[in-house]
Design a protein around this ligand. Structure first.
Ligand SMILES: Nc1ncnc2c1ncn2[C@@H]1O[C@H](COP(=O)(O)OP(=O)(O)OP(=O)(O)O)[C@@H](O)[C@H]1O
Ligand SMILES: [Mg+2]
Length: 262
């Protein structure tokens, strides 16, 4: 994979998110290199989701700084960050069940710049060009994820893994610089997980972008990610390759401590 040639350098410095007495994120500093796939692991309540929310702007940071490609985005809204290329997925799949796979992904085009309403209503040439661009983008994204053969099927007819991929297609459509996924493999069985990993890896190899994935399944992290960050109690406790991080004694204690507690 080509590294250093794509945008999507995300720099997180001393980020804190405080909920009353709880420091959900308690001073995290971490850099995400362009084009890298990073797994974000850690026990329940470690602050993984809160960190992604702070990066995407869905949750306000109490303090700290955030930069995308050396641009300070601390005070940018979630919408502005999305327009700059920081896109996040959600834990639950929300598809339009009675619509086709194609139309489900086309919905993501609303994030792309669109012609003025009047041009859309009158179907002016600018609207026709924009429509052609949207259709090309949907087709390319579906092809990249191996979903083109399913384009005309109703979302409700799809197996679970394909549904997950359709949701991811909607996010990839806008060619994010940084994509944040929160447990994308949740609820998938082993075969579906393999398909998700293989599909994401091959798509990413063709279209590099910075990918940060929260995931509890360490086997999936090993297969998907080249880089790994472990959080516990709102802090980074280990960083390195998945193999290095998973062997780290602090990481073992963080997980074992929780198991002993349960
Ligand atoms: N909106 C909120 N209000 C108050 N406390 C919150 C809020 N969101 C998260 N927390 C707390 O912040 C801490 C970190 O939560 P977070 O959801 O980020 O953890 P997580 O690592 O994503 O956990 P999980 O693996 O269970 O998804 C937890 O103690 C949680 O209870
Ligand atoms: Mg979470």
């Amino acid at each position: 994979m080509i590294k250093g040639t794509v945008d999507g350098n995300l720099s997180v410095r001393d980020v804190r998110v405080q909920y009353g007495a709880v420091a959900a994120v308690a001073g995290v500093s971490v850099d995400f290199a362009p084009g890298m796939i990073t797994g974000l692991i850690g026990p329940n309540g470690a602050g993984k989701t809160t960190l992604l929310n702070a990066i995407s702007g869905f949750t306000a940071m109490t303090s700290g700084t955030l930069a995308l490609d050396a641009v300070d985005i601390r005070s940018s809204t979630a919408r502005a960050r999305a327009e700059m290329g920081i896109v996040r997925g959600f834990q639950t799949v929300r598809l339009l069940e009675r619509e086709s796979v194609f139309d489900n992904v086309l919905v993501g085009c609303e994030r792309l710049p669109q012609p003025p309403l009047m041009a859309q209503l009158l179907n002016l040439p600018s609207q026709q060009r924009s429509r052609a661009r949207d259709i090309a983008a949907v087709t390319k994204t579906l092809a990249g994820l191996g979903l083109l053969a399913d384009a005309r099927r109703l979302a409700s007819e799809l197996p679970f893994a394909s549904r997950r991929l359709v949701e991811i297609a909607r996010l990839l459509l806008v060619r994010p610089k940084v994509l944040l996924l929160d447990e994308p493999a949740a609820g998938l069985d082993a075969a579906e997980r393999r398909r998700l990993v293989d599909t994401l890896r091959s798509y990413h190899a063709e279209n590099p972008f910075t990918l940060i994935v929260i995931e509890h399944d360490v086997d999936l992290v090993r297969k998907l990610c080249e880089d790994c960050v472990a959080l516990a109690e709102g802090r980074v406790i280990a960083r390195g390759t998945p193999a290095e991080v998973l062997e780290n004694p602090l990481v073992k204690i963080a997980y074992f401590g929780q198991a002993a507690h349960a």
